[in-house]
Write a protein that binds this ligand. Structure first.
Ligand SMILES: [Zn+2]
Length: 235
């Protein structure tokens, strides 16, 4: 796993300030990703402590900045997490030891659970897939989220997606398979955030790819065939 969720987004997620579509992708990623799960647990533990402290009028002004700095020190791969980060938590954040299952059920409380279960069990073959091309199919998922459109996308092996940029934000969660672009290779479990500064032409790996795409504006195709593809990318 190469791509994780940035600390600011995790803080908003833990505070319940993330849209339903994005919450679903974050919940799916954290189920697969121990480092992000530990960050969420640390944030939630810290919120609990701050609540108690503020009730006693003893809250420190820099506690939020300190928490962010501590979280950024945590490793972003599963390697060596158990030893290093546990001691870091104990020293600086004094984490409450959530059981793995408790952490998860707390953090996914606000998301669409049936859909979460289906996607995390790879149980989506019966969805009404629409063919966009010979190699790409999609399903629009209704999450009643006014901010984002959510599509499940399925790509055949070796699909080359035309060069494009983003007119807004795009978050991708890789459910199965992999693809690569200018940022590197993205495997199952990765959470990738893109915006207008990212221009890429992803190439799907040898076993194909299924991913969750969350966008707040259409893609903008920039290659030779851009003008043609853009007609089909209307929102
Ligand atoms: Zn992660």
């Amino acid at each position: 796993m190469n791509s994780h969720i940035d600390t600011e987004l995790l803080l908003n997620y833990s505070n319940g300030n993330v849209e339903p579509a994005l919450s679903l992708a974050i919940a799916l990623h954290q189920k697969q990703c121990k480092p992000c799960r530990q960050k969420i647990a640390a944030i939630e533990s810290s919120y609990g402590q701050n609540l108690e402290l503020s009730e006693a009028s003893r809250i420190e002004n820099n506690s939020f900045e300190r928490l962010t700095a501590d979280l950024d020190k945590l490793p972003t791969s599963d390697n060596g997490v158990s030893k290093t980060s546990k001691s870091l938590y104990k020293k600086n954040i004094d984490i409450v030891d959530f059981g793995e299952d408790d952490t998860l059920s707390y953090a996914i409380a606000a998301i669409n659970r049936p859909l979460f279960n289906q996607l995390s069990d790879f149980n989506y073959d019966d969805f009404e897939w629409q063919k966009l091309s010979s190699k790409i199919s999609s399903v629009a998922l209704e999450l009643y989220d006014p901010s984002f459109k959510v599509n499940l996308l399925r790509f055949s092996p070796h699909t080359k997606i035309p060069k494009h940029t983003h007119l807004g934000k795009e978050f991708t969660y890789v459910i199965k398979g992999d693809f690569k672009d200018h940022k590197g290779k993205h495997n199952a479990g990765d959470f990738i955030a893109c915006d207008g500064s990212d221009e890429h032409k992803p190439i799907v790996g040898t076993s194909g790819c299924v991913c969750l795409a969350i966008t707040d504006a259409p893609l903008h195709f920039t290659g030779v065939l851009g003008p043609i593809f853009n007609r089909y990318a209307s929102y």
